[in-house]
Design a protein around this ligand. Structure first.
Ligand code: ZN
Length: 284
């Protein structure tokens, strides 16, 4: 089965290097990523645009909008990306650069980091971003749920806060990254209720192959199993890993166990094509 990984990272972020290298379960490099893709039949990865200026770490109030992928000087052919928005650096001139960026073939979406930056999805600061998303027919991906930094603020990343933008911007497709985990039942309701809301299943467990196996057993994932069944919209769920925070092949197996087999083609491939129309060019 051919797979699209709709959520990876490919940026020079200290905490990602630390997670990947100190525990040494992935090689956080271009070579490391391409090797894991090849071993797992992943034919395309969608990177989340993100940068940090030296020493501050992420979230970084000074990072320039739009944020791209800076792990390697060259981008592999099978990596495209969603440009990252730092609300502190959204202004007239950065909006012009952003619009230019959105015209590039490799740019297939826009990423907003709720919780990392203390603004709600429906804050007016993001209004011009949604207008551009509609103009260029690009989806907006929101970080939701737990933040991978103690400096994050969870009230901004709660999935219920996405309902308001889904209603106000009916012509924009939104993706709730991580399904709002751990508030996945709320996330499920927001997806169920809004036909323009999708969710990706990345980053639900961060760690090694062994940790993925351990957490899959017992009650740890009961909330997620409940939410998937309640949501009942396998046409709007997307596979993603959050690499390098989990190794790719074991993460595929982990998600395969959670999704009924008849929906695998949709969740692992077809849905991403519908949500990110520009990726067709890179795979078909
Ligand atoms: Zn991520």
């Amino acid at each position: 089965m051919k797979i699209i990984d709709a959520h990876i990272h490919f940026s020079n972020i200290c905490s990602f290097h630390e997670t990947a290298e100190k525990q040494s379960f992935v090689s956080y490099s271009k070579e490391g990523l391409l090797k894991e893709f090849e071993e797992s039949d992943v034919i395309l990865g969608i990177g989340m645009g993100l940068t940090e200026t030296k020493g501050i770490g992420f979230p970084d109030p000074e990072a320039k909008t739009p944020m791209g992928l800076d792990l390697d000087p060259t981008l592999p052919k099978n990596i495209v990306y969603s440009v990252g928005i730092n609300p502190y650096t959204v202004n007239d001139s950065s909006l012009i650069s952003l619009e230019e960026e959105l015209k590039k073939d490799k740019v297939v979406g826009i990423k907003i980091y709720l919780g990392y930056y203390p603004f709600y999805a429906y804050d007016e600061i993001y209004h011009p971003i949604y207008v551009l998303a509609e103009k260029y027919n690009l989806p907006v991906v929101f970080h939701t749920g737990d933040t991978y930094s103690e400096r994050g603020l969870l009230k901004y990343s709660h999935p219920l806060t996405l309902d308001e933008v889904a209603v106000r911007y009916r012509n924009v497709r939104f993706i709730m990254a991580h399904f709002g985990d751990p508030w996945v039942l709320t996330g499920a309701e927001v997806v169920y209720k809004n036909s323009n809301m999708y969710a990706d299943l990345s980053g639900l467990i961060v760690g090694t192959e062994k940790e993925l196996k351990n957490y899959s057993e017992g009650r740890f994932l009961d909330h997620l199993r409940h939410a998937l069944v309640y949501c009942d919209h396998y046409d709007r769920l997307l596979f993603g890993t959050d690499w390098p925070l989990a190794p790719i092949k074991p993460y595929i197996e982990f998600i395969q166990q959670l999704i009924p087999k008849k929906f695998h083609e949709d969740v692992f491939f077809n849905n991403a094509l519908r949500v990110f129309p520009k990726i067709r060019k890179w795979i078909l």
